[in-house]
Design a protein around this ligand. Sequence first.
Ligand SMILES: Nc1nc2c(ncn2[C@@H]2O[C@H](COP(=O)(O)OP(=O)(O)OP(=O)(O)O)[C@@H](O)[C@H]2O)c(=O)[nH]1
Ligand SMILES: [Mg+2]
Length: 316
Amino acid sequence: MPKHTESPTPKAPNASPAAHRCGYVALIGRPNAGKSTLLNAVLGQKVAIVTHKPQTTRDRLLAIHTTPQYQMIFLDTPGVHRPVGKLGRYMNEAAYGALREADVTVWLIDMHDRNRADGLTTPERALLQRIADRRNPVIAVLNKIDLLRDKQRLLPIMAELAAHNLGDCLLPLSAKTQDGLPVLLDEIQARLPEGPAVFPDDIVSDKADKYFVSELVREAITLQTDKEVPYKTAVVIDRYVEEQRRTVIHATIFVERDSQKGIMIGKGGQRLVQIGTAARAQIEAMLGTPVTLHLHVNVAPNWTADPAKLREMGYQ
Ligand SMILES: Nc1nc2c(ncn2[C@@H]2O[C@H](COP(=O)(O)OP(=O)(O)OP(=O)(O)O)[C@@H](O)[C@H]2O)c(=O)[nH]1
Ligand SMILES: [Mg+2]
């Protein structure tokens, strides 16, 4: 998670050399394709939470990779999926919005998707239509090649993408091992518009520490609960006090039903303690200070279906 997370004010255009490039890069794909893993790999630090479960990312996350030659403003997005309720639609819209905004689209395709026969899956074909409708450059990343024993399996997908005019840049890659990452950065750079940096070079994200804290709690919950619980959970930071040598944080975990609250707390409060311990370790690593983390669990009936409640949970 980034050390510099104050909300940045975009810089006024400056007198960078003409060859300097800057632009928005959307990371788009189905849930679990590896978008957030790729973002963290590019930035060399944990900015986005990652789990093995689909629909981990809930909202658009802006994160910035700056070098002397270029500034890439990445938009990590929720995986495009068949939406359930208002939250699902909100998540898809966040992805489509980033797609519209971006100068370059990086489409991640999960080569380890169990639903794949040959070529693209049916949901990927639906996404292809959306992506192909855009005029901006598209880089198709065939991700998780570290898990792919038979590299021939890349070929039908490459042929299908080429048949839809998306064959300009097809990159087999592993976000996990970072195999192929330098080539990807070169290809993105080549497609960015020329222009000066938009953000100061020490800014990594447009989100404040509080946001990353709530995400790290949600990551711990997603890893330690099952079935529908992670998908019905939101985390809201109630108090955030930076003392001289310690950060004291109070957060409320919202679920939709009493039964989910019971699961979250666990027998004798054990699961909540485990969630708190895991989250605190991550938060301390991010903030670089000791942390006291107080977690409370509350029921907000049907919050994933209610636009006003979604806003209260920070999804707006
Ligand atoms: N083996 C392997 N696993 C990967 C790779 N990239 C991502 N993963 C794993 O795939 C899972 C999903 O990764 P995420 O980065 O959360 O995927 P995402 O596209 O952001 O998913 P959503 O936020 O749900 O849309 C995690 O368990 C990652 O560790 C890869 O290149 N190789
Ligand atoms: Mg993600």
